[in-house]
Design a protein around this ligand. Structure first.
Ligand code: TYM
Length: 332
């Protein structure tokens, strides 16, 4: 059975890009294989953060994913910090990770550039911990948005280098990128990806925004001066809205172009706004109920952590043994 692994940062406010590019794929993965999904609180400590806020953000993110359709009975859903083998595996994998490769990571360069005080070593090692996340579970597939391509390529290199140095232990995973909506752009600056760190407040649709706010943001999305609803390199705003509508409806961009051929931008944007509002409304409603019960959220995460731990600890024991680290297994 295909084993699917993905991780998401506990930034609390998940946006439409996360939802279309990743979260819907996690939910669908539950029907295709064995899904293992993780809220990466350890990764969140690589940039300045508030400890109490991190706990809250983990619950916000957990409730959002459950509201979107993750079912703890049909997948393993856990918090990264509950599985101590992950940071341990990160360290072990550092020995087969090229410093130069980490230095070339786009996300490291972007995030390092925006730190005012401290560029932490954990920000530099972030992609190795991400590799450890996936490799600890022998995952075959990693559903992510386009922005994670370089990180997925790196984890493949790490797994290959480990296997050729220490023996065939790790599974070399494949990235899985959505055909439509793998890179949702900011509505106000459609040449930049939708992102909580680099984006504009009006250009980001949050999953939990009020319906009125969602509608207003989409209706005021930047479009070019033309009138045709079609994708083109010089029409990034309209192209982005076409992708969004296609992803939300589960249709193709071509179908959207045909349908709105002579509609004009106003009617088109209204249709996108209505579709996104209808798409997110049920998630937002379920979220309120789930988020209110922190005891239940904590229970779900801890139980998921136990299941994750059982898998990761077996992998790490094999890795330690192959690397000659710690006591011989028979003596433990
Ligand atoms: P994060 O939390 O930034 O994003 C979560 C997921 O959302 C996708 N995404 C987007 N997709 C389409 N359009 C966008 N504008 C957009 N913005 C974000 C991301 O590609 C991602 O799939 N490093 C990861 C977290 C992680 C991870 C892992 C992922 C940690 N360990 C192991 C996979 C496997 C991250 O920062 O995601």
């Amino acid at each position: 059975m295909t084993r699917i692994f993905s991780g998401i940062q506990p930034t609390g406010r998940k946006h439409l890009g996360n939802y279309i590019g990743a979260i819907t794929q996690y939910v669908a993965g539950q029907d295709r294989g064995e899904g293992i999904y993780c809220i990466v609180d350890l990764h969140a400590t690589s940039v300045p953060y508030d400890p109490a806020g991190l706990r809250e953000a983990v619950y916000d993110t957990a409730a959002t994913l459950l509201a979107a359709g993750l079912d703890p009975d049909r997948c393993v859903f856990f918090r990264q910090g509950d599985v101590r083998e992950e940071p341990e595996l990160c360290w072990l994998l550092c020995s087969v990770t090229a410093f130069g490769d980490l230095n070339r990571m786009h996300q490291f360069k972007e995030k390092a550039g925006s730190q005012r005080d401290l560029v932490s070593a954990s920000l530099f090692l972030y992609p190795v911990l991400q590799a450890a996340d996936v490799l600890a579970y022998h995952a075959n597939e990693v559903p992510v948005g386009e922005d994670q391509r370089q990180h997925v390529e790196l984890m493949r290199d790490i797994a290959q280098r480990f296997n050729s140095r220490f023996g065939e232990i790790l599974v070399v995973p494949e990235g899985r990128y959505p055909e439509v909506g793998g890179r949702i752009m900011d509505l106000q600056f459609p040449d930049r990806k939708m992102s909580t760190t680099g984006g504009s407040s009006q250009g980001i649709v949050y999953v939990l925004d009020d319906p009125g706010v969602v509608s207003r943001k989409i209706r005021s999305a930047v479009t070019d001066s033309g009138a045709e609803v079609m994708r083109a390199p010089d029409k990034p705003g309209v192209s982005n809205l076409i992708e969004i509508l296609a992803a939300v409806r589960g249709s193709s961009p071509e179908e959207i172009e045909r349908e709105f051929d002579s509609a004009g931008y106003g009617a088109f944007k209204q249709a996108v706004a209505d579709a996104v509002v209808a798409y997110l409304a049920p998630v937002r409603e379920r979220y309120q109920e789930l988020r209110a019960d922190e005891t239940q959220l904590e229970r779900i995460l801890v139980e998921g952590g136990d299941k994750a731990h059982a898998i990761a600890s077996a992998t790490v024991a094999d890795v330690r043994e192959a690397m000659g680290v710690g006591p011989v297994r028979a003596h433990r």
